[in-house]
Design a binder for this molecule. Structure first.
Ligand SMILES: [Mg+2]
Length: 191
């Protein structure tokens, strides 16, 4: 599987706590946007996601949004949470991740790409030489057809992978990681 194997598998970004991120020696998170931080059709981030970003940032970990979406759509969202944005990143190609590393001034060994798509985020991150975390997509039924097309093959591949490829945050290994915060994001997003 190689380039298609995520370093970690999570249900939601909330499982990435500042303590765990720092303990793993991760200095920067490269974050996919659609279906990772928000529903595809939602134009803004839920307050809980903004608070999570603030907690991560407050702990000294850098972040950059890395999306295949266009800048015109995503720039207001990035500005709202004051994060740098690499738009039109062309994932699964590695260039967008590399650009984010240059923007943040972080070595690839100390960065992690976080996203919901094996054939975009995980492949791009692994190709760029950073660690990768695959999250479950938020509201995948809203995705455009070209993304939904990839999901059945993705599910087949994922069934062959252990839940945590190389370990996961300790506090989620019992599988009870559908946090209250994650549920509230979904209810915010469905309003
Ligand atoms: Mg996505």
């Amino acid at each position: 599987m190689g380039l298609l194997t995520p370093t970690y598998r999570l249900r939601h970004v909330f499982e990435l706590t500042p303590q765990w991120v720092r303990r793993e020696g991760i200095a920067a998170l490269l974050l996919d946007v659609d279906c990772t931080l928000k529903r595809y059709r939602q134009s803004r981030l839920a307050p809980e996601v903004v608070q999570w970003c603030d907690r991560i940032r407050g702990s000294g970990v850098k972040m950059c949004l890395v999306s295949n979406g266009g800048g015109r759509r995503l720039r207001p969202l990035a500005d709202e949470i004051a994060l740098p944005l690499v738009a039109l990143a062309m994932k699964p190609l590695p260039f967008g991740c590399r650009r984010a590393l240059r923007l943040l001034g972080v070595a690839r060994a100390r960065a992690m790409m976080v996203g919901d798509q094996l054939f975009a985020d995980v492949l791009a991150g692994n190709w760029a030489g950073v660690r990768t975390a695959l999250v479950e997509p938020i509201a995948p039924e809203e995705e455009p057809w070209f993304t939904r097309l990839k999901r059945p093959l993705e599910r087949r591949l994922l069934r062959k992978l252990p839940f945590a490829a190389q370990g996961a945050p300790e506090d989620i290994q019992d599988g009870s990681c559908r946090t209250r915060a994650a549920e509230s994001v979904e209810s915010f997003d469905s309003r």
